[in-house]
Design a protein around this ligand. Structure first.
Ligand code: NDP
Length: 312
């Protein structure tokens, strides 16, 4: 391990659309950014199949291909994209001191955090097996493939309610499976769900198994009160039981909401620490789209550049 820390004007932590877009902008602004890709290089999009809603790809593109394109674009302007995980941050004084699992220590004038969020899964074996083949954690990303088909959503919060109503516009029928007899979602979202004729509530039930051949053709659910099992014939199964922002590293350092999402200043990506910015899903529990993540990545790089400019 080298004892001499590296220096950079801008360190980017995380490599989804937010991190890579920040890299493109920061590199073009001559900040010579270093980007650590993190645990899942490319982020959540690398576990989806087709992406059809990112502007600029009229024929769609797969998630992994799109992330590879963003990475190349980032590197073309000189971002130093590194395989590795940031393990420690010290934001007590500038330049900020960051350690990575490749043994490097970096002194960064500014830091952009784009570590994303991770969808929670039920933990079923079959859920893993069919991931991308009928199982999804994002209706806006994958709903289109189930046009005219019957699908199921599991969860009872705002995300599940939103996913179910979104899918109801595309699919012939949506089963909304919830483990209790009332939704956690806001009243407004509940009304939308109950008003939608092709959403059928499946109360007090939990999925036990997702079944199919190459792709999903059904889900076995169990009534939590009677123990009775039955099968729903669905071709799509959407898990919407919440996300977990990847913010462990910043606990007690950066301001977070009660769910662990980083709090940024209004109309800005600035956190409570000057020169530390947050972009993408790590600070966004509402939109969670690749294009909105890219947008805030761009904002963060511009804000980092202005922050440095103001110090001169
Ligand atoms: P929530 O944590 O609010 O809801 C998760 C839901 O999944 C709950 O109904 C929970 O059941 C259920 N659940 C959790 N674990 C399991 C499990 N293992 N098996 C079965 N069911 C399970 O997450 P959301 O993603 O819905 O929302 C997160 C936050 O983001 C909330 O504050 C929400 O209001 C906000 N949000 C706002 C939106 C908007 O304003 N448009 C859109 C989306 C989210 P139970 O109720 O029994 O605990």
């Amino acid at each position: 391990m080298s004892n001499i820390p590296e220096r950079t004007k801008c360190l980017i932590i995380g490599s989804g659309p937010a991190g890579y877009t920040a890299g493109i902008y920061a590199a073009r602004a001559d900040l010579k950014p270093i980007l650590y890709q993190g645990l899942q290089p490319g982020g959540q999009l690398t576990i989806t199949t087709e992406v059809e809603n990112f502007p600029g790809y009229p024929d769609g593109i797969t998630g992994p291909e799109m992330m590879e394109d963003l990475k190349k674009q980032c590197e073309r302007f000189g971002t130093d994209v590194r395989w590795g995980i940031v393990t420690e941050v010290d934001f007590s004084e500038r330049p900020y001191r960051v350690k990575a699992d490749d043994g490097k220590e970096i002194l960064a004038e500014t830091v952009i955090i784009s570590t994303g969020a991770t969808a929670k899964w039920l933990g079923l074996e079959s859920e893993k097996k069919f991931n991308g083949y009928g199982v999804s954690a994002c209706a806006t990303c994958d709903g289109f493939f189930y046009r005219g088909k019957e699908v199921a959503v599991v969860g009872g919060g705002d995300t599940a309610a939103e996913e179910a109503t979104y899918l109801a516009n595309l699919c012939s029928k949506v089963y909304l499976i919830h483990r209790r007899d009332e939704l956690r979602a806001s009243k407004a979202m509940q009304h939308r769900v109950f008003r939608t004729p092709n959403i059928e509530m499946v109360w007090n039930s939990v999925p036990r198994e997702i079944v199919g051949g190459q792709t999903v053709d059904g889900v076995i659910i169990q009534d939590v009160n009677t123990g009775e099992e039955r099968r729903l014939d669905v071709e799509g199964f959407f898990v919407a039981i919440g996300h977990k922002p990847n913010t462990e590293l910043f606990k007690d350092v950066l301001d977070m909401d009660e769910l662990g999402y980083l709090i940024t200043k209004p109309d800005s990506t600035a956190t409570n620490i000057p020169g530390v910015f947050a972009a993408g899903d790590v600070q966004d529990k509402t939109y969670r789209q690749a294009v909105t993540a890219a947008g805030t990545g761009c904002m963060a790089a511009i804000e980092a550049e202005r922050f440095l400019g103001e110090l001169i």
